[in-house]
Design a protein around this ligand. Structure first.
Ligand SMILES: Cc1cc2nc3c(=O)[nH]c(=O)nc-3n(C[C@H](O)[C@H](O)[C@H](O)COP(=O)(O)OP(=O)(O)OC[C@H]3O[C@@H](n4cnc5c(N)ncnc54)[C@H](O)[C@@H]3O)c2cc1C
Length: 243
């Protein structure tokens, strides 16, 4: 297991009515080495045994040494109630980094699909500098799809839209499962994020798909890719957000 260290809350920003962005600093003033796509665990004291919850690292490594993540508030949730009550200066125990939802240097797919629901988009935020490098290869297309319920739930949209403006081979869409979408913008779509599959047509042997966030979305998307498009486990990387 990775080492445990103490972090101090530096800043909290409200991203959506239900999601906050937390910025922590290690009290030993060292930087956490991590690969974009990985996550950390927070260890909450609890008898007879501490309780841990995991959060994908949202930090853009070229911008800050803080350990940042975005957390959705689950009413009555063990970690949610404690995290959302933290004030700058408060300390918690953290361990990591963990996880294998990372970009692979050696792979050269035609299209890289990065699909998320809600805070599941944070690993892809952390990947932006690496994606910028990869996108210099103009025969690669990166497709980033974010699914949320309502317009108010979109997170980091300005950053992804700015990135899309800078890179012609980066496609960014947001899917809203419950919004009426009056005066729809070019990047906005109605329905579940998986709808993009029928439209953009993933191809086995050419495309690699990353799925992060809601376990139902991940199971449905993976089942469709397997059954309809003959994708295999090695073509699809999954990170399910479960407690
Ligand atoms: C690898 C990994 C990475 C993760 N990264 C993130 C992240 O970046 N951001 C983030 O917000 N969460 C993330 N999660 C989920 C997170 O670890 C917690 O599960 C979540 O914060 C809820 O914990 P809790 O203790 O507040 O709720 P709990 O006390 O564990 O749950 C209370 C109840 O709410 C349900 N529940 C749990 N999670 C949700 C949810 N998201 N929405 C609705 N109901 C829920 C549970 O089934 C349970 O019935 C990640 C999980 C994993 C495994």
């Amino acid at each position: 297991m990775a080492a445990t260290f103490t972090v101090e809350l530096n800043e909290v920003k409200t991203l959506t009515p239900n999601v906050k962005h937390f910025c922590f600093r290690r009290v030993d003033n060292t930087t956490l080495p991590f690969i974009p796509g990985q996550f950390v665990s927070i260890h909450f004291p609890h008898e007879p045994k501490e309780i841990r919850r995991s959060y994908s690292i949202a930090t853009i490594p070229t911008q800050t040494d803080d350990i940042e993540f975005a957390a959705s508030y689950v009413a009555g949730g063990f970690a949610s109630e404690r995290l959302f009550a933290l004030k700058p200066g408060d300390q918690v125990a953290m361990s990591g980094p963990y996880g294998r939802l990372i970009l692979r240097e050696e792979e050269a797919p035609k299209r890289l699909w990065l699909i998320a629901t809600g805070t599941g988009v944070t690993p892809y935020r952390a990947m932006l500098p690496m994606l910028a490098e990869k996108l210099q290869n103009t025969s690669l297309q990166v497709i980033l799809l974010l699914g949320v319920q309502y317009r108010q739930d979109g997170l980091y949209l300005d950053e992804f839209l700015a990135f899309a403006n800078q890179h012609a081979n980066f496609l960014f869409r947001v899917y809203y499962s419950r919004d009426d979408l009056i005066s729809q913008k070019a990047y906005e779509y109605k329905g579940y994020v998986q709808l993009a599959f029928t439209d953009l047509n993933p191809i086995k042997g050419e495309d690699i798909v990353y799925l992060c966030g809601n376990p139902h979305m991940i199971d449905e998307a993976y089942a469709w890719l397997k059954d309809e498009k003959q994708f295999e486990a090695q073509d699809v990387r999954r990170e399910k957000y479960v407690s």
